[in-house]
Ligand binder design. Structure first.
Ligand code: CP
Ligand code: NVA
Length: 302
């Protein structure tokens, strides 16, 4: 790499680096300093999308603009990627034009291929296996509302998907207890839970959402059908017992937060009364994508 560093996954980074990104993110959020406006002056970020996005795309574009740089967006349909040009070749070419690349990839191995061949920092904007930018915003949001997340209990109820996997990474790096409640066939890879154990973390998997939610400080869920998955009737049936509704929230602490990376499907994975309720921090979480990603960009590029 010419200069800078990749932001590929939380488990690939140490706790100190992640904490420094969040500290910087909060400084950006609070700041009206003129020097922020010129931090990335003259820098250009490429955003490559193999899947749709609202939050990731706009928050990275706005982050670059507010830090003095610019962003360009490339999607499969309007680039040679859609006609089969390899990610390795795309990485070599983009590295001659831009200072960093964010990618939302269908397959995690595409992210790794991009990172291997790019000469500029690469940021994971979601793959089938993880969503680390989301987690940085989620940790920031929890801590703004409830103080340090270390030692607290977070419950994941639903599909053991890419976001759930990043919550596992986060539990280890930020030192909180994570209880996952997922259907047997939609649980995260056992190897990842084993990894958490070898790291000395407290990550447990159950198939009973109530057990996982008991006394929790925060309950989190996500769509039942991630991009690339098939929305089948059996999937819906499997996930129905993991819906986050008021009955499930009643097992958590009375002031337990509710989080969701969005987009949400009201009255499917989450009851309207929960996502629109007073302990839901989903809009703050979405807003913090902007600030957390400024922290990530600044860590990658300066
Ligand atoms: N949470 C999230 O990444 O949203 P988008 O798919 O809109 O980017
Ligand atoms: N798990 C979801 C997250 C969307 C931001 C998906 O991959 O579609």
């Amino acid at each position: 790499m010419k200069s800078g560093r990749h932001f590929l996954d939380l488990n690939a980074l140490d706790s100190e680096s992640l904490r420094s990104i969040l500290t910087q993110a909060s400084v950006f959020k609070e700041s009206t300093r003129a020097q922020d406006v010129s931090l990335l002056e003259g820098r250009v970020l490429a955003l490559v999308f193999e899947r749709p996005s609202t939050r990731t795309r706009i928050s990275f574009q706005v982050a670059m603009l507010q830090l003095g740089g610019q962003a360009v967006v490339l999607s499969l349909e309007d680039s040679q990627l859609g006609r089969g040009e390899s990610m390795a070749d795309t990485a070599r070419v983009l590295s001659r034009y831009v200072d960093a690349i964010v990618i939302r990839a269908m397959k995690h191995k595409t992210l790794l291929e991009l990172a291997e061949y790019a000469e500029v920092p690469v940021i994971n904007g979601l793959t089938d296996l993880s969503h680390p930018c989301q987690l940085m915003a989620d940790i920031m949001t929890f801590e703004e509302h409830r103080g340090p997340i270390s030692g607290r209990v977070i419950t994941w109820s639903g599909d053991g998907n890419n976001v759930a996997r990043s919550w596992i990474h986060a539990a280890i790096r930020f030192g909180f207890e994570l209880r996952l409640a997922c259907p047997v066939s939609l649980s995260p890879d056992a190897k990842l839970i084993e990894w958490a154990e070898t790291e000395g973390g407290c990550v447990t998997l159950t198939h009973d959402a109530k057990v996982a939610a008991a006394g929790a400080d925060c309950v989190v869920t996500d769509t039942w059908t991630s991009m690339g998955a098939e929305a089948t009737k059996s999937r819906r049936q499997l996930l129905t017992p993991f819906k986050v509704d008021e009955a499930l929230m009643s097992f958590a602490k009375p002031d337990a937060l509710f989080m969701h990376c969005l987009p949400a499907h009201r009255d499917e994975e989450v009851a309207s009364s929960v996502i629109d309720g007073e302990n839901s921090v989903v809009w703050d979480g979405a807003g913090n994508r902007l600030h957390a990603q400024k922290g990530i960009l600044s860590w990658c590029l300066t």
